[in-house]
Structures are given as structure tokens and as C-alpha cells.
Design a protein around this ligand. Structure first.
Ligand SMILES: [Zn+2]
Length: 398
């Protein structure tokens, strides 16, 4: 059904546009597949670590029915390296942030022990290429949300000792030292402690990730850091004007800094109208989950189990943007900062819906296909798929 609508639409569109989008379900041509396999594909952000803990923890060595990623599917999609974000839920009581983070770090190490043939954690920049060359997936441990350090530089250093090599300074919450783009302005960017955190991350060799931060926080980071900055999973405000996305001015500053922006696949960040629809459904179900959790003695997970089928049905009924919309964001970023500062930041396993034609990590070659279709050279595609992020990681992490 969807396919026939797309075909009709694209026949109409192709009469007026020079480059119609590749059909979502088209098979990827062999030469594109070859290019995709040859490239080092490196994604800057996923939430898969969250699925490795708790009562329903998965084993990433086993192909899963749900979610977007596991080792067999990563292999199939040609993914070579991945930053795994460990995210402590700031809506939980503050006391458990460190424990939650430690549990996810441990789960990643355990998975690397259980699947030593397939998966290795990189601790230094030079490890990434070596691991990939040996035929394994390279994992980099990240933390999403600076609240995880509980305003303590010692905790930050401990995380580094445990192998954490990247931290997103805020999540959707403003924390003790940095403002978020989705929360109140408390510090006007970074406060003194925030500046110390950034300097300490530089000294330790940790990637500073500025997805989720407020505009002022980002510009403060550019002033303090000596390293190229990562924006691991954000989209273009020029196309989808929401605070969570990045403005052209911010992109220009990022280029000057030598950093890399990696584009998020979430349809709600790709398209403003879609964002409105998604937000409406999300708010409705969050309210339902709140009241239903009361019935289950505060167990929100149980409440969500009950609500999820209807929630997913409503989400999936929306007319989601396509891979073409995702590549529009890549195009815009490249237009502003050039080819050397753009990459991929899927947000897989952290997003409930994905663009049409990109159901999970196995569909990654479809992005390569669309890039090739739009005339990007092989060399440029290799940079977007992972070359740029690899340059940043090799420079920063140790
Ligand atoms: Zn995020």
C-alpha cells in the first residue's frame, strides 16, 4: 500500500525534480553495497546499553525481534563502530544515577567478554581501526547526561577509569553545571563547575558531546575546550525548527572548532509538522502512564507494557518522513560546514519510530544508496559514514 503511494508520488515528483529520492524498498545496488561494506561505518549515538540491563536484559549476541540493534544485525547492516550511551534516568531519584550508569557500563563490558570474537571495547583512538580490521565491532562507552557524575569530578574520573570515553553534557534536563535545550535556563550556559568538567574531559581524553545542550552551553564549550566537539545525534534547525536541533550559526562555530555533527534519524527531529504530531501523542500517553502507574504501585514499566501496543499503533499510523528527509538534513549540514564535519548519529534503540525505509540497523546501506543517488563521491560518502567521526575519536580519546 505504502509502496504504491510512494511510486505514484515519485512519478509525479520526478517530472519536476532533477533527483527523485531512491524508493525506500528498492534493493541496494551491488556497487553501492560494495562501497558501504568497504567504508568504516561509525555511528555516534545509540541507546542499546539501556536494553542490556534490568529484568528484560537482552543478549546482543542474539538476533532480537524488537529494538534496532544487536550484533548479528549490526553485521548485516555493515556497522563497524558504535558509541553506546549509558543513560541514567533523571526522572528517577538522584541517588541511583551512578548505580544506573555503572550497571550499563558493566553490561557493555560483560557483552564484550561474552562475545569476545565479535565485539571489543575501544579505549584509545587507535584501537578503533585495529578492532574493525580484526573483523569485530568496536564499541565506545559513552554517558548521556552530565547528571550522571552528580556534580563530582572524582566520579567523572572514575567513569573514565572504567572505560567511558564520551559524555553528552546534558540530556533533556538542565543539571548542576550545564543548561539543556529542553529545560529551563539556570546557568546561562556552563557555570564554573561546567567549565571545570569540560577541561577535565579534555585532560582525560573524553569526547565532549553537545547534543541536547542549550545554545549558550554549546558556545561556552567552544570557548573552553581544546578539542573538536561532537554533536552526536541532532538535526538541522533550518529544516525542522525546534530547540533540540542545531542552528546554522552553531554549525559554523562547530566547523571552526573542527568538530563533527552526526544526524539523528528520529522523524520528529527531521520534520516540524511530524514533531507536533509525535509530541501530542507522547504527551497523551505520558499522562496515561502516570495515572496507570498509580494502579501498579508506581511501576511505570508495567504501565507502559499495557499502553505500548496502542502507543506504537498510533505512532506507526503517522505518515513518517523517508530516508530522503534524513539525507536532506545531511545535505544542509554539508552545505554549511562542508564534507569534513558531518556524520551519522542514529539514536537507535532510543527512538520509538524511524524514517520509512530505515527500520533498523540492517537498512543502513539505504542511506549510502541515497547519498550515491544524490551525487556524493565515494570518498565523501566514506567521510559521512564514519571517516569524520573516526578522525575526531582518534584525535580525542585515550
Ligand atoms: Zn538523546
Amino acid at each position: 500500500m505504502r509502496m504504491s503511494i510512494m511510486l505514484t508520488l515519485s512519478l509525479l515528483v520526478s517530472a519536476t525534480l532533477v533527483v527523485p529520492a531512491v524508493f525506500a524498498d528498492d534493493p541496494v545496488p551491488e556497487d553501492v553495497m560494495k562501497l558501504h561494506r568497504k567504508a568504516l561505518v561509525f555511528d555516534a549515538h545509540c541507546d542499546t546499553a539501556m536494553r542490556l540491563v534490568g529484568g528484560r536484559a537482552i543478549d546482543i549476541g542474539i538476533r532480537q525481534e524488537r529494538g534496532h540493534m544487536d550484533l548479528p544485525r549490526m553485521r548485516e547492516g555493515g556497522l563497524d563502530a558504535q558509541i553506546f550511551a549509558c543513560w541514567p534516568n533523571p526522572r528517577r531519584e538522584r541517588d541511583v544515577y551512578v548505580k544506573q550508569t555503572l550497571q550499563m557500563i558493566d553490561a557493555l563490558w560483560e557483552q564484550s567478554r561474552l562475545h569476545a570474537e565479535d565485539f571489543e571495547i575501544a579505549l584509545e583512538g587507535k584501537d578503533i581501526k585495529r578492532i574493525v580490521k580484526s573483523g569485530k565491532l568496536a564499541g565506545i562507552i559513552g554517558i548521556e547526561g552530565g547528571h550522571a557524575i552528580m556534580a563530582d569530578l572524582g566520579v567523572l574520573r572514575d567513569y573514565h577509569r572504567l572505560g567511558v570515553r564520551c559524555m553528552t553534557l546534558t540530556w533533556m534536563n538542565t543539571n548542576e553545571w550545564a543548561d539543556s535545550s529542553d529545560d529551563s535556563t539556570k546557568w546561562g550556559g556552563l557555570n564554573d563547575l561546567g567549565r571545570e568538567v569540560v577541561r577535565e574531559m579534555d585532560r582525560l581524553g573524553m569526547i565532549i558531546d553537545c547534543s541536547h545542550v542549550s545554545d549558550s552551553t554549546l558556545f561556552d564549550v567552544f570557548e573552553v575546550t581544546e578539542n573538536p566537539v561532537l554533536i552526536s545525534h541532532s538535526c538541522m534547525r533550518a529544516i525542522c525548527d525546534i530547540p533540540r536541533n542545531v542552528s546554522d550559526d552553531e554549525l559554523r562555530a562547530l566547523e571552526k572548532n573542527g568538530g563533527v555533527i552526526c544526524i539523528n534519524y528520529f522523524p520528529g527531529f527531521l520534520d516540524k509538522e511530524f514533531n507536533g504530531a509525535v509530541t501530542e501523542i507522547w504527551q497523551e500517553f505520558r499522562a496515561s502512564a502516570d495515572s496507570l502507574a498509580g494502579v501498579y504501585e508506581g511501576d511505570r514499566e508495567k504501565a507502559w507494557d499495557e499502553l505500548r501496543p496502542e502507543y506504537m499503533e498510533r505512532m506507526e499510523a503517522l505518515d513518517s518522513p523517508t530516508i530522503g528527509a534524513l539525507v536532506d538534513h545531511i545535505d544542509h549540514a554539508v552545505g554549511i560546514v562542508g564534507i569534513d564535519h558531518v556524520g551519522l548519529g542514529s539514536d537507535f534503540d532510543g527512538i520509538s519510530i524511524t524514517p520509512v525505509g530505515l527500520d533498523d540497523v540492517t537498512d543502513l546501506p539505504a542511506i549510502t544508496s541515497e547519498l550515491r543517488h544524490r551525487g556524493y563521491s565515494k570518498k565523501d560518502i566514506e567521510k559521512i559514514l564514519g571517516g569524520n567521526l573516526l578522525r575526531l575519536a582518534e584525535r580525542v580519546i585515550r
